[in-house]
Design a protein around this ligand. Sequence first.
Ligand code: ADP
Ligand code: MG
Length: 697
Amino acid sequence: MKDVASLFGSMVFNDAVMQARLPKDIYKAVKKTEAEGTRLELDAANAVATAMKDWAIERGATHFTHWFQPMTGITAEKHDSFISPMAGGRVIMEFSGKELVRGEPDASSFPSGGLRATFEARGYTVWDATSYAFIKDGTLCIPTAFCSYSGEALDKKTPLLRSMEAIDRQAMRILKLFGNTTAKRVITTVGPEQEYFLIDKEMYVKRPDLVYTGRTLFGARPPKGQELEDHYFGSLKPRVSAFMKELDEELWKLGVHAKTKHNEVAPAQHELAPIFSTTNIATDHNQLTMELMKVIANKHGMACLLHEKPFAGVNGSGKHNNWSIGTDTGVNLLEPGETPYENAQFLLFLVAVITAVDEYQDLLRVSAASAGNDHRLGANEAPPAIVSMFVGEELMGILEAIESGASYKGKGKHQMEIGVTVLPHFPKDTTDRNRTSPFAFTGNKFEFRMLGSAFSIAGPNIVLNTIVAEVLSRFADTLEKSKKFTDDLAELIKKSVGDHKRIVFNGNNYAAEWVTEAEKRGLSNLRTTVDALPEFVSKKSVDVFTKHRVFTKQELHSRYEIFLEAYCKTLHIEALTMVDLVKGKIIPASIDYQNELARLLKLKKDSGASFDTTLENHLLTAISKLSASILKKLEVLERAIKDSKDRSEIKALATFYRDKVFPAMSELREVVDELETLADKKRWPLPTYGDMLFSVI
Ligand code: ADP
Ligand code: MG
């Protein structure tokens, strides 16, 4: 391996490359586009395109693609080669400014939720100059936003960029009030921790449920699960280590700051965390990370599972969205400062987040909703479906003191009144942690823990940026009018704490009592995706997203449809896969085994000798009974699948899948899993949980 420093970013058309390869005036124009979102003149675009192409060809690229993030939650690309025919049957390699800044994929098959009828299938991809182009697998990838002919967002990047602008606008108003004249922009930053499973590829291909749905639909618990907690931070198995090494290298080449890797709690579960970057780049990089995990696992003879709950009975996988706000001058606004003024500013941003999370808890919940994540949220391993915040004891003490008007007497000599004395530095170490909280303050950032492992982080960050922008805008409205800034600021912080502290919960979020307590506090508990999604199109949601120009009403409604549709389709495919497996594998295996037992019984009887047949009788009886029960449950599931066809209204259909199809699936699974515990391991048609979870050695 080349040294990491020269490897890092070697496949990225980054700032250093641009500076070295672009004429000065063109470079300046690109920087302007990057910073201000202005359009690049065609001449300049042509110059950039040529430089990009030459650079890419030197690195072995033959194609280019507009890389975008449609509503499927994964990335899309359509490759065009650089070749252009010449007289005499030759070709030259060409790439124009027009091709760089705008593409027109025939994208009629991407979900649009009715925003774009297939007869006018035109969708445009537009270069996002704030995220660098890169080479992946011989193709120059240009990060782009994807929108319809009439300008509606058809992707996850467009609203994300809009939400970043919204919070920038509002946070800048606040900074101005504090006399900040140096910051030009406020940027949200994210570091997403990614969990995943690795299993042996041979096991994977023998499990149609994993192949079709990403999770196991059957499987009895193995004798050993995660109870010993001996996997967490354990030493890496050589195959896993080789995989992680190659993954790091490939990510580094693409400019992804892969930083931390370790084993997670469940057997076969691991985690990767990058160093944080701007939300937009973090989102692009997280998509690349998930993609490369799959590709590289495959090269190492393994399958990478990104599903939220690939195995019942062991932990599922989530994604922790570490989020903060900072200035372009490098100041983290969620970091307590050195001066009273800085601290007052910190407290204002802190209570803005608290207010936003409390007021828009439903939108945050929606942003973490999916069929896959329904298996985690509310189960005793992930945050519950109730959104609450952890701020730690010390900060809580300060907030309570502010509210009651008392002066704060913290540990040691810290005393504080807003704007007067210096705040203590809050501990960032792991002792003051609450790992059960969905939304935890960790010293200088918040960690939103409800996301599922397979998610694009765009959705949750769109919500987070927008709701905080909204609260900041209200704060700015009040304070801009103020004649007595310090007094009104103190009053605003105090009032916000009083109004919204119900969202703060520092206790154990997994405890059953919390559900009752949360209800008393009036917090919502949207248990499933179907409960949560309607909040996305509530008046409150439409108001906040349209006010900040993040989504239009139509865009919100189309997304609502797409999410519900995805939910229904996921359950539909799972149900069909179950039926297929039971008919094609489980029942034949059961018959095979019964046949064997019956033959043995008959042999013993026919022999004339008085052999004991207790075992055969017992097993045959039990298996016959279970098999009959399987048949019954299978019929119930098949009927439910059939009945789903009668429902065309999407919300009714989703409700039907949740209330009728899903329970039928669970019941069928239960009997099949019981049969597995009786069956002959040699004859069982699927690799077992034990086989899969301990398959990588
Ligand atoms: P912790 O010990 O709190 O988990 P780490 O330093 O391990 O902190 O960080 C966890 C994740 O949070 C990493 O991805 C890290 O880059 C990210 N992170 C740290 N600071 C910030 C920040 N200001 N904004 C966004 N993410 C951050
Ligand atoms: Mg973690």
